[in-house]
Design a protein around this ligand. Sequence first.
Ligand code: SAM
Length: 216
Amino acid sequence: MVEPFDWEREFGRSAPRLLDVGSGNGGFVLEAAALRPDRDHLGIELDAHHAAPGLAKAKALGVQNVRFIVGDAVEWLYERLAPASLDELHLYHPQPYDDPEVSRRGLLTPELFERIWVVLRPDARIYLQSDHRACARYLFEVSERGFEREILSGPWTEAPIVRTRREAIALRKGLEVTRIQGVRRAVPLELPPVPPYFGGAARRRPTRSARAKAKA
Ligand SMILES: C[S@@+](CC[C@H](N)C(=O)[O-])C[C@H]1O[C@@H](n2cnc3c(N)ncnc32)[C@H](O)[C@@H]1O
């Protein structure tokens, strides 16, 4: 049995807690930590190469209220983050995998959103964002059960206005960025089950791995 992440021991205090899932280069979580010293921040990124700049910058700047984990956020959400232990969850630009096999292991599943509901405290907030239309629609749909949410009509109101590296890239390319914010419902709605995200695989050319599997 793995020990749950001990926020109080790690940060040496009891403060509101923010998690950034798939934090990439850590730009958002680092800036959020600097702007809100009264909160503790955790970024979890699967890819060590992506995470390296955030780790280095946090160390260089000596920001006390942020930690980065190189690891699988899905495992962390199930195994290391205790129920009712988080005040905010941010998920920006999750990869919209087209291959159902990969998609099932990813961040875009109804089960993960149920778990997110469990690890968040009453009245906690979620922030979701994507520049991929089908993925944004999915985020909105899959979050309905546990969260009262809305699509923002413009940019985030508070700084940092452009939150992440992927958001900056999307805006440079002229892609539409969908921003969703929500508050945890006290009781999840009874709704028909939503399938995991398949990225419109049926409409698109299958990925290389899906083609290889089909041939085997
Ligand atoms: C498109 S990038 C977006 C990064 C950042 N959130 C941003 O908006 O710039 C998606 C990130 O999610 C990470 N990721 C994918 N699955 C993950 C998982 N299970 N746990 C943690 N990170 C994951 C990827 O490695 C990648 O860095």
